[in-house]
Design a protein around this ligand. Structure first.
Ligand code: ATP
Ligand code: MG
Length: 321
């Protein structure tokens, strides 16, 4: 959904909202009414120091102004809405087939795997393919790339754009790169910075990786509950963006060895239940000699265990034949 850019001053036209309240909202960096719809009243109360009744009133008003209403669809209408969502190609036919068309807005995709399994390369490729014109399977949109591991490479973007015959400078300009150094910066970036950026033709948010900063910061069992709570908060914001701004979210995850009493240990994505439940589709990537394999481990529409192979070359991810 694209929202008209109605300034928050519009709220002054409604009884009960005065300049003091408006000032408190703009101090939070909120400029447009559609940004308010992202918040819960409790957040507005806490962040802007506004009492809860007024916060509820503000959110209600904002929803009314942008025309967002809780409305049931019958399942046929729902099917239509879900099937007509925008999606874009991964640039690899076998992966597009696995994910049933491409990466779809509103969905959250997790790509987990060991080092060298192709997670970062895939992220680079998606930051380019989302920019392709619609007739070539793209969305002619920009991407946000949150690089928590310091592995974003403009030169890889150049390699990939030349394969897709895109202008490299233009493509690089269309990728907004952030490199948060700790969880506080990551949260600030997602909650405050992205809010205003996403409305201007961003259709993909990439986080490579979702877990690295949390694992570095919250060490030891005694911090586990807090760590999970913070990850949950971040993912909750990503979901709000995905739904309100028609954005696809993609994140990478590390894997842990799951010891078993017999046989060999197998790899599971890190981050426990919070991350497991957050993603719409979860995939495991692995290297297998000179090829790479992507396997679905959880999805409401892709069979568990189904997989695709691809190769990584200087041009990015490609089909094996
Ligand atoms: P990590 O967990 O360490 O972040 P990753 O899953 O992100 O690992 P990638 O960086 O995506 O791993 O994949 C690395 C692999 O991609 C390398 O092992 C290499 O084989 C291949 N690769 C990277 N760049 C090129 C290139 N320019 N030409 C060919 N292959 C490349
Ligand atoms: Mg990587």
């Amino acid at each position: 959904m694209t929202y008209d850019r109605v300034k928050i001053e519009e709220l002054l036209n409604y009884p009960g909202i005065g300049r003091v309240t408006l000032h408190k909202l703009s101090k939070l960096g909120i400029e447009y009414v559609h940004e308010l719809v992202l918040f819960n009243p409790e957040e507005i109360m806490e962040l802007a120091n506004i009492d809860i009744e007024k916060a509820c009133q503000i959110i209600r008003l904002a929803r009314r102004i942008v025309g967002r209403r809780a409305k049931a669809l019958n399942a046929l209408e729902y099917e239509h809405v879900m099937n007509t969502r925008k999606c874009f190609t991964t640039g690899v036919k076998s992966i597009d087939k696995l994910v049933k068309g491409g990466i779809t807005v509103w969905d959250i995709c997790e790509f987990a795997g060991e080092y060298g399994s192709g997670k970062t390369q895939l992220c680079h490729q998606l930051a380019v393919t989302v920019q392709l014109p619609e007739e070539r399977g793209g969305l002619e949109s920009r991407a946000v790339y949150i690089d928590t591991e310091g592995t974003f490479s403009p030169s890889r973007i150049r390699d990939i754009t030349s394969r897709f015959q895109l202008n490299a400078e233009k493509a690089l300009k269309n990728i907004l790169v952030y490199r948060p150094i700790n969880v506080a910066e990551l949260e600030e970036l997602v909650v405050e910075e992205l809010r205003s950026i996403l409305a201007s033709n961003v259709k993909l948010i990439i986080i490579d990786s979702i877990i690295a900063l949390y694992r570095a910061e919250f060490k030891g069992r005694e911090w586990l509950a807090r760590r999970q709570q913070r990850i949950n908060y971040l993912i909750d914001w990503l979901k709000r963006y995905a739904n309100l701004y028609d954005v696809a979210v993609v994140y990478t995850n590390q894997v842990l060895s799951q010891p078993v009493p017999w046989g060999i240990a197998y790899k599971v994505p890190a981050g426990g239940n919070i991350i497991a439940h957050a993603a719409t589709h979860r995939f495991l990537l692995r290297r297998s000699q000179d090829k790479w394999v992507i396997e679905c481990i959880d999805s409401p529409k892709i069979a568990r265990g189904s997989s695709a192979t691809f190769k990584i070359t200087e041009k990015g991810l490609e089909d094996t034949k």
